[in-house]
Write a protein that binds this ligand. Structure first.
Ligand code: GLP
Length: 248
C-alpha cells in the first residue's frame, strides 16, 4: 500500500516534493554519483517546478550532476512544438537551472522508429543506474505517464493510443480536441515501478475519485495507477480536495 500525505494546499505539497528532490540530489553528490530523476508534465507539477527553480536561485541547489528522464511525449510533436512535453520541460525547468541539455531525456515524438526509440530509453535509464526518484501526476482515466487502461504491470516504454477522456482533458492546452495527438510514447508501468522512490502529486476535487480508485481498488490493468500499490516506497501527496474521495 502506498503512503499518503494530505497537505494544507498544493503549494505545500509541491514544496515537500521539491525538498525530497533536493535531498536526493545532495545524497547522490555525497556518494559521488549523479542523481537520476524521473519527471512528469501537466498542470499539476507546475508549482513543484517553480519551487525547484526557487531552490536553485535562492539556495544554490545545483542540477549540474543530475540526469532526468521524462515519462512521456505526444506522438508527432517535435520538441519545438508549443504543446510538446520537451518544450514544457525546457520552459518550466531546464532553461531555468544549470542542468546540461545532454543530461535531459524526453521521448522523441517524431522518432522514425518509435519502437527503437522506446528501447533506447529503457537502455539509457539502465545505463544511468535507474531512477532514484520518480515524480508522477495522475490522469482521470487512472493513467500514470500515458499508461491508459488497460496497461499491464509488465509494460515497458512503448507507443500507446490515448483515451478520449485524456484527449478531452488535455485539449485545454491545444485549444480544441482535434489538435490533440491520438497517440504518445510513454514509459511503461514496470519502468515506473523500477524507480527506487515514487512521489505522486494530485490536486483538486476533479482528482478525488481517481485517487480513491488508485488507492482502494485491487491492482489491475483497468486503473493503471493501482499498480503503484505494489511499490514499497510510493507516496501520494494530496490537497484536501483530492483527498476527499477516500477515508485516508
Ligand atoms: C497528462 C500526462 C500525465 C499527467 C496527467 C495529469 O496527460 N501525460 O503525466 O500526470 O495527464 O495531468 P494534469 O496534471 O494536467 O491533470
Amino acid at each position: 500500500m502506498s503512503n499518503v500525505i494530505v497537505h494544507p494546499d498544493a503549494a505545500s505539497a509541491a514544496a515537500a516534493v521539491a525538498a525530497s528532490v533536493a535531498q536526493v540530489i545532495r545524497d547522490a553528490r555525497r556518494q559521488d554519483r549523479k542523481a537520476v530523476l524521473g519527471l512528469a508534465t501537466g498542470l499539476t507539477p507546475l508549482p513543484f517546478y517553480r519551487e525547484l527553480v526557487r531552490l536553485h536561485r535562492e539556495q544554490g541547489l545545483s542540477f549540474a550532476d543530475v540526469i532526468t528522464f521524462n515519462l512521456d511525449e505526444y506522438e508527432g510533436l517535435a520538441g519545438s512544438h508549443p504543446q510538446s512535453y520537451r518544450r514544457y520541460m525546457d520552459e518550466h525547468l531546464f532553461s531555468q537551472v544549470d542542468i546540461p541539455a545532454s543530461a535531459t531525456h524526453v521521448p522523441d515524438g517524431t522518432a522514425a522508429d518509435p519502437e527503437q526509440a522506446c528501447r533506447d530509453i529503457e537502455d539509457a535509464i539502465r545505463r544511468a543506474g535507474g531512477v532514484d526518484l520518480q515524480i508522477l501526476g495522475i490522469g482521470r482515466t487512472g493513467h500514470i505517464g500515458f499508461n491508459e487502461p488497460p496497461s499491464l504491470r509488465e509494460s515497458r516504454t512503448r507507443r500507446v493510443v490515448l483515451d478520449e477522456t485524456t484527449r478531452r482533458d488535455n485539449s485545454v492546452f491545444f485549444g480544441n480536441i482535434e489538435s490533440v495527438p491520438r497517440a504518445a510514447l510513454t514509459m511503461g508501468i514496470a519502468t515506473i515501478l523500477d524507480a527506487r522512490r515514487i512521489e505522486l502529486l494530485a490536486f483538486g476535487r476533479g482528482k478525488a475519485e481517481i485517487v480513491r480508485r488508485a488507492r482502494q481498488e485491487k491492482p489491475g490493468p483497468d486503473c493503471p495507477a493501482t499498480w503503484l500499490q505494489d511499490h514499497g516506497a510510493c507516496t501520494f501527496h494530496l490537497d484536501p480536495e483530492s483527498a476527499s474521495g477516500s477515508a485516508i
